[in-house]
Design a protein around this ligand. Structure first.
Ligand code: GNR
Ligand code: NI
Length: 171
């Protein structure tokens, strides 16, 4: 298994819109295994292919306490069931390390996707799973958590991350 490099804001590659997976192949399944491994190593609860610089529509998520229940979503489509029912959650992102912001999103969604065998599945997630699916779907569109906060806050986060990236290069 390979540990993949996670792109960090403001890397422009995070703004790429991912293309649908045409057919689920062994190449995809190998990437998925490496994404799950990378998610666990990074202590994340989700990871989108965009974050590892692969621009097809693939997500991996594990919200279990035991970290033994990886879920794979290929070509996910989200339907908002009630656009008036929203709730806030303190979100973090492996591509925006060290920053946490409350993001308000719809609570009730329905997700249709392909599993790792290419089989069509439907899910009506609740709570954290619904939050993470929407967070990961945003990555596939090139949208980041920081796009929901004020410009001034986003600029400040950008400066701090650029500074620490520079220090990391120099060290
Ligand atoms: O690890 C993660 N935690 C998290 C917490 C609240 C809402 C969303 C997330 S996803 C994040 C991993 C990540 O960056 N996925 O894109
Ligand atoms: Ni993220």
């Amino acid at each position: 298994m390979k540990l993949l490099k996670i792109l960090e804001f403001p890397d422009p590659r995070l703004r790429t819109k991912a293309k649908p997976v045409k057919e689920v192949t062994n190449v995809h399944r190998e990437l998925i295994d490496n994404m799950i491994h990378t998610m666990y190593e990074s202590k994340g609860i989700g990871l989108a292919a965009t974050q590892v610089d692969f621009h097809e529509r693939i997500l991996v998520i594990d919200i279990s306490e035991e970290r033994d229940d990886p879920q794979v979503f290929i070509n996910p489509e989200v339907e908002i069931l009630n656009k008036d029912e929203k709730s806030g959650y303190e979100e973090g992102c492996l591509s925006v390390p060290g920053f946490y912001e409350e993001i308000i999103r719809p609570e009730k969604i329905k997700v249709t996707y392909l599993d790792r065998d290419g089989k069509k599945q439907t899910l009506m997630p609740e709570g954290l799973l619904a939050v993470v699916i929407q967070h990961e779907m945003d990555h596939l569109e090139g949208i980041l958590m920081v796009d929901y906060i004020s410009n001034i806050k986003r600029q400040r986060i950008k400066q701090k991350l650029q500074k620490s990236a520079k220090e990391k290069l120099a060290s």
